[in-house]
Design a protein around this ligand. Structure first.
Ligand code: DGL
Length: 269
C-alpha cells in the first residue's frame, strides 16, 4: 500500500504497556517530523496471559476507535503478542496501513552458528504464527523458547525508575545461559532491558529485535513529503486505565518526548 500524505503524518503506536516505546524510539529517530500518538491497554495487561478472543476484541475496538478519533494515518501494533494474532482482523476494519511486529527469527538465523533463544511472552512462544516463522526461517538452527511475564513487568518497573535486579534476570534467563549465541527479544518490552539482558548473557550472545526493521517499514509505507523540525513537540500518550505509579511513569515517558499520560475517552463508549 502506498500512502502519500501532504501534511505531517500521524502514526499511532499501540501496546499493552510501555514496551511499544522501544519501537516508537526507533521510528522517531528516523522520522522526528512525524506526529505520534501512543496508546497502551494497561487495563488488560499483561497481553501475554490474555485469552486470544479477548485480545482480538480489545485491540480491534481500541485501535479502530482511536484511529477515528485522532485521524491517524498509520497504525503500528508495537506488540508481538498482539501482532501474532490480531493483524488480519484489524486490517479488515481499517483502510490505513497497519504494521505489526513479530519476533526477529529471520535475522537471528542468519547470525547464529549454535542455537537461538527466543525470549517472549508465554502467549507468543505458543502462537502457531511464531512456529511458522521458526519453520520457515530457522529450519536448521534450533530455537529454544523462553516465555516470561515477569520480564515484561521488570521493564515496566524500569520505565518507572526502578533498576532491574540482575540476579533476578539471571534466574529468569537461566534456561538459555551457555547454550545459545543469539537471543531474539521477541517482546517489545525487552529492548528496554537490553543492557541488563546483555550483561547477564555476556558478550558471546548477540541480541536482536525487530525495532529497526519496523521503523524502515513505516517510512517506506508513508512516503511522507513534508519534513520539518518538531524537536520541541511533546507527543500524546493515552492509557485504557489509570496506570500504577503514574507520576513515576510520567517522568519515564517524558524521556521519550511524551506529555503526561492521559486517560482514554471515546464518545459514546
Ligand atoms: N509488549 C508486548 C509484546 O511485545 C506484550 C507484553 C504483555 O503485555 O504481556 O509482546
Amino acid at each position: 500500500m502506498d500512502t502519500s500524505i501532504n501534511s505531517v503524518p500521524k502514526v499511532l503506536v499501540f501496546d499493552s504497556g510501555v514496551g511499544g516505546l522501544s519501537v516508537y524510539q526507533q521510528i522517531e529517530q528516523r522520522y522526528p517530523y512525524f506526529d505520534y500518538v501512543y496508546l497502551f491497554d494497561n487495563e488488560a495487561y499483561p497481553y501475554g496471559e490474555l485469552a486470544e478472543a479477548i485480545l482480538i476484541e480489545r485491540v480491534v475496538s481500541l485501535v479502530t476507535n482511536i484511529v477515528a478519533q485522532q485521524q491517524v494515518d498509520m497504525v503500528v501494533i508495537a506488540c508481538n503478542t498482539a501482532s501474532t494474532i490480531v493483524l488480519p482482523y484489524l486490517r479488515q476494519q481499517l483502510s490505513i496501513p497497519v504494521v505489526g511486529v513479530v519476533p526477529a527469527i529471520k535475522p537471528a538465523a542468519q547470525l547464529s552458528k549454535q542455537a537461538i533463544g527466543l525470549i517472549a511472552t508465554p502467549a507468543t512462544i505458543q502462537r502457531p504464527y511464531t512456529h511458522q516463522l521458526i519453520d520457515q526461517f530457522s529450519p536448521d538452527t534450533e530455537v529454544k523458547l523462553l516465555g516470561s511475564t515477569r520480564l515484561v513487568t521488570i521493564a515496566e518497573e524500569k520505565l518507572r525508575g526502578q533498576s532491574a535486579d540482575l540476579n533476578e534476570l539471571q534466574v529468569i534467563l537461566q534456561p538459555l545461559l551457555g547454550s545459545i549465541d543469539v537471543a531474539v527479544l521477541g517482546c517489545t518490552h525487552f529492548p528496554l532491558l537490553k543492557q541488563e539482558i546483555q550483561q547477564v548473557f555476556g558478550d558471546g550472545v548477540r541480541l536482536v529485535d525487530s525495532g529497526e526493521a519496523i521503523a524502515k517499514r513505516v517510512g517506506g509505507l508513508l512516503k511522507a513529503k513534508v519534513q520539518h523540525e518538531s524537536a520541541t513537540k511533546r507527543h500524546a500518550i493515552y492509557s485504557s486505565a489509570t496506570p500504577w505509579e503514574g507520576m513515576a511513569l510520567d517522568k519515564g515517558v517524558a524521556n521519550f518526548g511524551f506529555s503526561p499520560v492521559q486517560p482514554l475517552h471515546f464518545q459514546g463508549v
